[in-house]
Ligand binder design. Sequence first.
Ligand SMILES: Nc1ncnc2c1ncn2[C@@H]1O[C@H](COP(=O)(O)OP(=O)(O)OP(=O)(O)O)[C@@H](O)[C@H]1O
Ligand SMILES: [Mg+2]
Length: 257
Amino acid sequence: MTALLKIENMTHSFGGLTALQDFNLEINCGQITGLIGPNGAGKTTTFNLITGVYTPTKGRVLFEGENITGKMPHEIACRGIGRTFQNLRLWRHMNVLEHIKTAHYSQISYGLPGAFFGTAKRIKEEQEIEDNSYSLLKRFKVHHFADHLVVNLPYGAQRRVEMARAMATKPRLLLLDEPTAGMTPDELIDMINIIRDIHRDYNIAIFLIEHRMKFVMELCQHIKTLVFGEIIAEGTPEEIQNNPKVIDAYLGREDLH
Ligand SMILES: Nc1ncnc2c1ncn2[C@@H]1O[C@H](COP(=O)(O)OP(=O)(O)OP(=O)(O)O)[C@@H](O)[C@H]1O
Ligand SMILES: [Mg+2]
């Protein structure tokens, strides 16, 4: 079986600093994989290399068997990799529903004549986009903010809007960079349930970065631990929690709850 995402010996340097060294990974359809490690370990850099923000200095990224190394971010998104950002990237003065609708426009099929002349196909498709956007907002529990400007939302709600936007592109692989950062313990539990539902209903693969161990351990089937750009351990949540190298380099050192 071809892996959904396969990364071979991916390495990246920023000038003299090697942020990631010989990173290997396979994610199969529907699998939830976690990436953990201390600040500056190279986790966000890994996402930026997969999504075309940076081109690896060495190595390859294959998605559904095709080499996507060095492709532009929008090409990679169109192929089926959605993502959220550690530092939110939302249009602060656009309303919440418009955010999600805009993300659908990579998939419309009514074309230029439809856009100009308001064909029946266009009207039908616009309605579907509106309905689908609203139901995504409901899933992420931000539907009551549909007509609010993003800038006026609480931080946790902004994070959920960003996830709904990523889902609107219909990804087969979703990359989440610290999805629960800044959330309260109650919001964290909510988010675990939302991700579980999304995963079950859309059967997507998820690759997530988190410092909140409850989130990682409850959701992930497989976890990789990155320290100074190198994988020091990988395995099931139980194996990772009990691995002395991981405890020493990461788990024992931070307030991770
Ligand atoms: N654009 C850049 N230019 C130069 N150095 C960078 C750049 N982006 C990241 N780095 C460096 O690469 C290393 C890895 O950074 P990265 O952001 O990937 O870490 P991280 O594991 O996501 O950390 P955190 O948990 O704090 O988000 C760090 O030393 C960082 O300073
Ligand atoms: Mg990061």
